[in-house]
Write a new protein. Structure first.
Length: 64
């Protein structure tokens, strides 16, 4: 399996798999319940991971 495919699966596992571990309200992080912080964190991490996937993809280098 390519590294880009594995990296593309990381946000999916982080968001959907992490819900079961982060489904709490009591710890507040930056004024947000932990579950909301978890979603915001993974939204930002997904953007970073997809930027890395874009840079590693060979099909994007053909146009240069």
């Amino acid at each position: 399996m390519k590294i880009t495919h594995v990296l593309s699966l990381v946000p999916f596992i982080g968001i959907l798999g992490g819900i079961f571990f982060s489904n709490r309200v009591t710890p507040y992080v930056m004024g947000m319940p932990f579950i909301l912080f978890w979603f915001v964190l993974w939204a930002l991490l997904t953007s970073c991971i997809m930027a890395v996937v874009y840079k590693l993809d060979i099909a994007n280098k053909e146009g240069e």
